[in-house]
Design a protein around this ligand. Sequence first.
Ligand SMILES: [Zn+2]
Length: 246
Amino acid sequence: MLVSTPAIILHAFPYGDTSKIVRLATRDLGVQSVIAKGAVRPKSPFGARLQAMSEGTAHLYHRSHRDLQTLSAFDVTNQHASLAAEMRRYAAAAALAELVLRFAHEEPQPVVYDGLAGALAALSEVPSEAVPYAALAALWHEIVLLGFAPTVDACVRCRGTLADRTPFSLAEGGLLCARCGRGAGGGALRGDDRAALHAFAAGRWDAPPLPAPHLAAHRRLLVRFIQRHVADDRAMPALAFWEGLT
Ligand SMILES: [Zn+2]
C-alpha cells in the first residue's frame, strides 16, 4: 500500500553501494525505517533530499509487520538549513532526534510528531541568545509528549504545595514540598529556576533569563532525568554531546 505522510528524517546512512537507509518520524505511521533504493546514484530522484532534520512528505510502500519499508519519494518542505549553520542548534536537534528515534513507537503518535516538528522550527528560528532555552524546552516537552512527564506543579510524593525552595527528586521524578524534601540531598530549585522548569515542560522557552551555571544545571538535570526515567541508563551520545556544549 502506497502511503503519503508528513515526515521528518531522523537519521540517514548509506546502505550497500547505491542505497540509503532512512529512519523517519512520520505523523501517520510513527517511527519507520525505510530503504531509498539508488539514493546515492548521481541521477537519483532523491537527489540530496535525504538529510537528517529535513521535513516533508514521505511516500512509502508500507506493509505492517515488515521491519524495513520502501521509500518511493520524499518531497522536502523545510530543510531546516539554519540548524546546520550553528553547532548549538544542530546539537539540540540531534539530541531531540535521538530521543524520538529511541522512544517513539511504530504506532502513530501525532502529538509526538507535532512536538518534534514544532521544536525543530523553534530551534531553527529563535534568536541566538534563546537557543539554550529553546533546546531545554524542546527536550523537556518531547519527554512529556512521549509519556514521561516530570511532576513540577505539586509535590511528587504527597501532592502538597511547593515551597519557594524545592528539591528535585531524581528517583521520584519531580519536585518535593518542604516536608517531603527535608534532608533530601542535591540542589534545590528556587524562584526563576522553578519557573523555568515549569515553562520547559510546557514547551515554552520564554523563561526568565538564567545565569550560565543555572542553565548548565538545567541541562544536567534533564540528562539525568532521561537516563533514569526514559533511557534506563543506556547511552545517548547525541544527548551527551549537547549537554557538554556551552
Ligand atoms: Zn510532599
